[in-house]
Design a protein around this ligand. Sequence first.
Ligand SMILES: C[S@@+](CC[C@H](N)C(=O)[O-])C[C@H]1O[C@@H](n2cnc3c(N)ncnc32)[C@H](O)[C@@H]1O
Length: 206
Amino acid sequence: MTDSTATRFWDKVADKYAARQVKDVASYEAMLADVTSRLVATDRVLEIGCGTGSTAAKIGGHVAEWKATDFSPEMVRIAQARPAPPSVRVVQCDATDAFDGAPFDAVCAFHVLHLVPDLRAVLSDAMAALKPGGLLISKTYCFADMGLGLRALFPVLRLFGMFPPAASLTEADLRRAILAAGFVIDVQTTFGQNHHSHYIVARKPT
Ligand SMILES: C[S@@+](CC[C@H](N)C(=O)[O-])C[C@H]1O[C@@H](n2cnc3c(N)ncnc32)[C@H](O)[C@@H]1O
């Protein structure tokens, strides 16, 4: 379970997060195109850490059901107010409680796996909640691979409430955790200039 500092952080920044412009639209669109190319119309998708629901609103209409979840009441308030296809349902819950309604064809986790306090538990829940052959589609920051300057800055920002509680993963840690949960990694890449945000598509073996 997540401590309330994390929820408070995301509640506080929710309005700003909703108002921010996507920095690299082409990369974001390329990632969304890749995600949708892996989904079919009958799919049931669970998204954890959906934030303000922009991804669900954009691509949730490609599938039969898109359950978008986030633990922050403020993020969820904004996501629920956002116009979205009828297949999208936004639910407030911690990632550890998000897996009700399994089995799913895909679990999406964009910019959130580095934020959960127990990555192994979430990956194991995702594995259990997926149908055989189902996909974990994720994009995750690996802070431990960033330069020393940035790594030194994060704890200072956190002290002033300007950075959320987050794990300092290396790309190797992340891969290892995904493989240890029993997934097979189908694809790993980055989009755009940010080479520390890894897009990984992993499959539950059939
Ligand atoms: C960096 S934002 C990413 C939002 C969205 N997925 C995106 O890519 O724009 C991280 C989101 O994860 C949510 N979050 C962080 N830890 C969480 C947890 N343990 N359970 C559920 N949601 C969580 C936060 O509230 C926030 O909305």
